[in-house]
Design a protein around this ligand. Structure first.
Ligand SMILES: *Cc1c(COP(=O)(O)O)cnc(C)c1O
Length: 412
């Protein structure tokens, strides 16, 4: 557990969140480096001797310092844009351990990735295969490609982050994959060496994932018997984290262990692309209570963080625990909406939440905010984006400074 009360103050590892807030100000994201590395190693070690590569999904949290941390630990990367490749390179990440996903890659992005010799393009359509082949020919190289398969499995998660059903825009329908590989054999500048999939995110039930592994292994067998020399299977990301106290996050060691047993003897390198499960629980958003506001119907806690800083409650109706940084002495509770200053009714961090009673000035931690938090933040309402802090052991440092008012108008 990265976060715990010590002497009645919430700490990240050995560092007091009150100290960080006093110095860095609020709102502010805080991440635990130790927690991130522990989860990365949990993935890596669970594979044991089986050939594998853990490719951290950059989109979950793309701060350069986090990428540098993971690159140094041996991680590869899963990117979804040229911008993410730029970040990986700037962080010293290894492009030859990087896979590129996404339904809408542009020619410019593909050429950038070819020039940097990425490991594999996870290709989402036949038209994209042809585009990659043409650009690879133009540059006199061969592009390694894995078709992203849509396995038609229901991930049972929020509709916006479910991606593996036939009606979704992602991948090539599993029933058409063999024909696509057969037709792609004539493309001379792509090497069809892999298959990939990603059925969705925030999976708390891992049965759909296991069903996917079975379907993909059967597909690999069929492709190989059609003469396509498949060497790697990329199973995507998606393991969930516990946002609510009653949620039970799947154990990384157990899930990867189970996958390892399924793929044993198949002579396949296995790749995974975890994002949320590596960084989600490692982060909090620190915010300060500005006001308590009682209306005839409701009580509101107005805090200094808003939907532009953390959009997950507004976008996905997601739950984040919100806890006081100073452990409350008497258990006085209140029922309130926790809202920010943005001029939208959708600007809430929690609704109808029963929580410890807090007063203006109190510091609060919005928990499990390390993934899809800062990366989805914006300047809406001309609010400067908040700083990010990395805690390593007993020390902490700012890994992205708070934006200034000048930053707000840069480029206009
Ligand atoms: C978003 C995404 C991931 C990461 O998903 P998490 O749920 O954060 O683990 C991995 N692969 C692809 C293709 C993605 O789009």
């Amino acid at each position: 557990m990265a976060y715990s009360y010590q002497h009645k103050t919430l700490h990240c590892g050995q560092v007091s969140l009150a100290d960080i807030a006093a110095s860095a100000g609020t709102p502010c994201y805080v991440y635990s480096a130790d927690d991130i590395l522990e989860r990365y190693h949990a993935y890596d070690q669970a594979f044991g001797d089986h050939p594998h590569q853990v490719c951290y999904a950059v989109k979950a949290n793309s701060n350069l310092s986090l990428l540098r941390l993971l690159a140094a630990a041996g991680a590869g990367f899963d990117i979804v844009s040229g911008g993410e490749l730029y970040r990986v390179l700037q962080a010293g990440g290894d492009p030859t351990k990087t896979v590129f996903a996404g339904v809408g890659k542009t020619a410019e992005e593909i050429e950038y990735a070819l020039a940097n010799k990425i490991h594999t393009f996870n290709c989402e359509s036949e038209a994209e295969l042809e585009l990659i082949d043409g650009l690879a020919r133009k540059h006199g190289v061969t592009a390694r490609v894995a078709l992203r398969v849509n396995p038609d499995v229901d991930a049972s998660t929020h509709p916006y982050i479910s991606t593996g059903l036939r009606e979704h825009k992602f991948g090539v329908d599993i029933s058409e994959v063999e024909a696509v590989y057969a037709r792609a054999k004539r493309l001379g500048h792509i090497a069809l060496e892999g298959v990939s999939c990603h059925i969705g995110s925030q999976l708390l039930d891992t049965d759909p994932m296991m069903e996917t592994v079975d379907k993909m292994l059967a597909l690999v067998g069929r492709l190989r018997s059609n003469g396509i020399p498949i060497r790697h299977l990329d199973l995507g990301g998606g393991l969930g984290v516990a946002y609510k106290p009653q949620d039970k996050a799947p154990s990384i060691a157990e899930v990867i262990g189970a996958i390892g047993r399924k793929v044993e003897g198949h002579d396949l390198e296995i790749m995974v692309e975890p994002g949320r499960s590596i960084v989600g629980a490692a982060g909090v958003l620190l915010t300060r209570v500005l006001f308590r506001k009682q209306t005839p119907r409701k009580e509101f806690i107005v805090v200094d963080a808003a939907m532009n800083d953390l959009i997950r409650p507004a976008l996905y109706q997601s739950h984040h625990e919100i806890i006081p940084v100073e452990e409350p002495c008497e258990e006085q509770r209140m029922l309130a909406d926790v809202v920010g200053p943005v001029c939208e009714t959708g600007d809430f961090l929690a609704r109808n939440r029963e929580m410890p009673a807090v007063l203006p000035g109190a510091l609060m931690a919005v928990c499990t905010a390390g993934a899809y938090g800062f990366v989805l933040s914006s300047n809406y309402n001309s609010r400067p984006r908040v700083p990010e802090v990395l805690v390593e052991g007993a020390t902490w440092r700012i890994i992205r400074r708070r934006e200034t008012l000048e930053d707000l108008i840069r480029g206009e």
